[in-house]
Design a protein around this ligand. Structure first.
Ligand code: DGL
Length: 265
């Protein structure tokens, strides 16, 4: 027999392990909930892939999470949200919470009127992002900085690797020179390199990410829909090599976790 709806897990997914930064905020806010986290590592990065590919993957992953009993699905990836949030919402009969670059809170914080947004190419060229800027930051200077290669380098080589340092040296200083006082971390992988980003900006520049806001939104949705309940358990799965993913999680989070392989087509 299935457990009652409130006691079923929350499904969370990303192209890889960036969404773990969102999962951390979710588990901090909702410690009694059970989570299933799926990393689509085999297809990382999403940021340079065609929109149709990300749409197909996002829908298939959401369906797989729902089929494994998820009472709600969190799209812990800005790129997947930009390409597929509405399609995911339409494809499963569960609450779906998606995230997008924190342009709205950043617009409320800036004093210089110049905002930087670090994200993937796919996110920054999406209609959704254009709409976000038009709605909340039309009166400000918004500097979108695409960071090709960064999410992949964080995951495959590590947050402190020479490749990550090189990429940060390319992407961050132009924002500093343009006078930003707020920078949006518009990809869930980037909080893993927050210190490296901050070190390349003048002190006093605020970095904004979305983890906590998403956790609050998930809590609200569950309270009014599926309900809260669980045992604080976490299950991890990947489309890639579980041993590799386990190694990357150990490097990022300092814990050794069991990782399953799921074939999602
Ligand atoms: N973590 C993802 C995001 O929030 C994307 C990384 C990628 O696969 O390119 O946009």
């Amino acid at each position: 027999m299935n457990p009652p709806l409130a006691h079923q897990p929350i499904g969370v997914f990303d192209s890889g392990l960036g969404g773990l930064t969102v999962l951390q905020a979710l588990r901090a806010r909702l410690p009694g909930e059970d989570f299933i986290y799926f990393a689509d590592t085999r297809h990382l990065p999403y940021g340079d892939k065609p929109e149709s590919f990300i749409q197909a993957r996002s829908q298939a992953i959401a369906a797989a999470l729902a089929a494994r009993g998820a009472k709600a699905v969190v799209v812990a990836c800005n790129t997947a949200t930009a390409a597929a949030a509405e399609l995911v919402r339409a494809s499963i009969p569960k609450p779906v919470v998606a995230l997008e670059p924190a342009v709205k809170p950043a617009a409320a914080l800036t004093k210089s009127g110049v905002l930087g947004v670090l994200a993937t190419t796919r996110t920054l060229t999406s209609q959704r992002f254009a709409h976000l800027v038009k709605t909340y930051a039309h009166h400000l200077t918004v500097l979108p900085q695409a960071c090709p290669g960064l999410a992949e380098a964080i995951e495959t080589e590590g947050p402190q690797s020479a490749s990550v340092e090189r990429l940060l040296d390319t992407y961050v200083p132009p924002l500093a020179h343009a006078g930003v006082d707020v920078v949006v971390l518009g990809c869930t992988h980037y909080p893993w390199v927050k210190e490296g980003i901050a070190a390349r900006l003048p002190s006093g520049v605020t970095l904004v990410d979305t983890g906590e806001a998403v956790a609050r939104q998930v809590e609200r949705r569950l309270m009014s829909e599926a309900g809260l309940g669980g045992h604080g358990q976490l299950q991890l799965a990947t489309s890639g090599d579980p041993a590799r993913v386990r190694h990357t999680i150990a490097r990022l989070c300092g814990v050794s976790m069991h990782v399953e392989r799921w074939d999602i087509r």
